[in-house]
Structure formats: structure tokens, C-alpha cells
Design a binder for this molecule. Structure first.
Ligand code: ADP
Ligand code: ADP
Length: 208
């Protein structure tokens, strides 16, 4: 398969009950998608289900070949140097030192470059919520996934930066399809299609 295809997929609550009407949606490569909807509608549950780490009540899911990276709202940042934290999920890949520095710069974290190999572990504590999210975006630049799912992973950025980061991701990761749960209407124009998840069984609409 080349796409995420959901056929009659009813999401499930932790107790196994259905969450909303069944979904029939396709996320196709190259079509960046914005997902919005009220709190509790199941947006995060949809992502966990797409990731294959959460059971669903009914239906069938096809997943594409290739690599998918999910970024949560609060990234996990391990103890260690900044370089370790940046390379953490992709530690097995060959990552050029220059690529790490450039990823920080592109994520608007150029101020942190001098700290890359500082043994001081407290730098993590000094990062704001927005800086932690930028760090996770820098990781995505290094990991170069085919699919990048953002679960409110840019929500701590101010609206202008959020838009700038999406444009930056698109420029630096031209082969990556971005699917983002986001609430800032200012970024809607970035996406090719829009899924409103409201419990009634979502439909995808072309963005206007
Ligand atoms: P959204 O991301 O759209 O805000 P979620 O997918 O996080 O929605 O949650 C969907 C529903 O599942 C909500 O009603 C929420 O209360 C419920 N839910 C999520 N996680 C748990 C949990 N661990 N235990 C009980 N209910 C949960
Ligand atoms: P945000 O609203 O983006 O989450 P914060 O109020 O958390 O911002 O942080 C604002 C600035 O203060 C950031 O640049 C961050 O690096 C710095 N900062 C936050 N906590 C500390 C700290 N304990 N010591 C030094 N600087 C800090």
C-alpha cells in the first residue's frame, strides 16, 4: 500500500466502546492534511490507531510502506547532551555533525548550537514548551520520515512561528507527507485537505 486507508474504522475508547461513527478516509502521499475537531472527539486516538499501538472496534486499516514519525504535544527528551537528545530516536542512522547543527538552525534554535555537546544536563530544564517542540521538529529533520504526524506538536509555538515551521518542514522534507492536529486557523492554508473529526464519521475536504 502507498497510503493510510481506513475502511469503516470505528475508533475505540480504553474500555472497548466505540468512539464516534466509523471512518472511511484515505491519507494519500503528498497530500498534507489538517485534522481539527472538538476536544475528546478522538483525534489523538486516531493517531494512536494509525500508529498501530491502539485497538479499534471495527473495520480495516491499510498502512503504507515507508517510515512514519509521530510527534506528541510534549516531546520526550532524554537526559544527556543536546546532541544525544536530538539524535535519540534515530541513533542508528549516520547523522553528520553538520546536519545536527543545521537542523537546530532551521528549527529556530541556533542559540542552542554552542550547547550541543555540553555535559551539563540541566539545559533541558531551561527549555520553554515552544523550544521543546522545536527540538522535536529538528529531530524530524534528521529522521527524514516519509510521513510526519503532528499531534498538537506545534501548539506551543506562537501562530506566526507555527506557520513558519510548517513552511520550513515542507522545504527541508520535500518527500514527507505532513498530517497535523492543530487549532490555529492561520495555518489552515498550508494544508491540501482538512479532516474535521467530530464523532459523526469524518470526511476529508479539499482545503479552500
Ligand atoms: P482528542 O484528541 O480529540 O481530544 P482523544 O483521542 O484524546 O480526543 O480522546 C477521545 C476520548 O477518549 C475522550 O472522550 C477521552 O476522554 C477518552 N480517553 C482518552 N484516553 C483515555 C484514557 N486513558 N482513559 C479513559 N478515557 C480516555
Ligand atoms: P513558552 O511560553 O515558550 O513555554 P517559557 O515562559 O516557558 O516560554 O520560557 C521563556 C524563556 O525562558 C525561554 O527562552 C526559556 O529558555 C527560558 N527559561 C525557561 N525556564 C528557565 C529556567 N528555569 N532557567 C532559565 N531560563 C529559563
Amino acid at each position: 500500500a502507498d497510503a493510510y486507508r481506513l475502511q469503516d474504522v470505528a475508533l475505540a475508547l480504553p474500555n472497548g466502546e466505540r468512539l464516534g461513527a466509523p471512518l472511511n478516509i484515505t491519507l494519500a502521499p503528498g497530500i498534507d492534511t489538517l485534522i481539527s475537531g472538538p476536544s475528546g472527539a478522538g483525534k489523538s486516538t486516531l493517531f494512536r490507531t494509525l500508529a498501530g499501538i491502539w485497538p479499534f472496534a471495527t473495520g480495516r486499516i491499510e498502512r503504507p510502506a515507508g517510515r512514519t514519525l509521530f510527534l506528541p504535544q510534549r516531546p520526550y527528551i532524554p537526559i544527556g547532551t543536546l546532541r544525544h537528545a536530538l539524535c535519540y530516536p534515530a541513533a542508528v542512522a549516520d547523522i553528520e555533525p553538520d546536519a545536527v547543527r543545521r537542523a537546530l538552525e532551521d528549527a529556530d534554535l541556533a542559540d542552542l548550537v554552542p550547547e550541543l555537546d555540553q555535559p551539563d544536563e540541566n539545559w533541558v530544564m531551561r527549555l520553554s514548551g515552544g523550544e521543546q517542540q522545536r527540538l522535536a521538529l529538528a529531530r524530524a529533520l534528521l529522521a527524514r520520515p516519509d510521513w510526519l504526524f503532528l499531534d498538537e506538536a506545534t501548539a506551543a509555538l506562537d501562530p506566526d512561528s507555527e506557520g513558519r515551521m510548517l513552511v520550513m518542514l515542507k522545504r527541508r522534507l520535500p518527500g514527507t507527507t505532513i498530517v497535523s492536529i492543530a487549532h490555529n486557523p492561520a495555518v489552515a492554508g498550508f494544508f491540501r485537505q482538512h479532516l474535521v473529526l467530530d464523532g459523526s464519521g469524518g470526511t476529508l475536504q479539499a482545503a479552500d
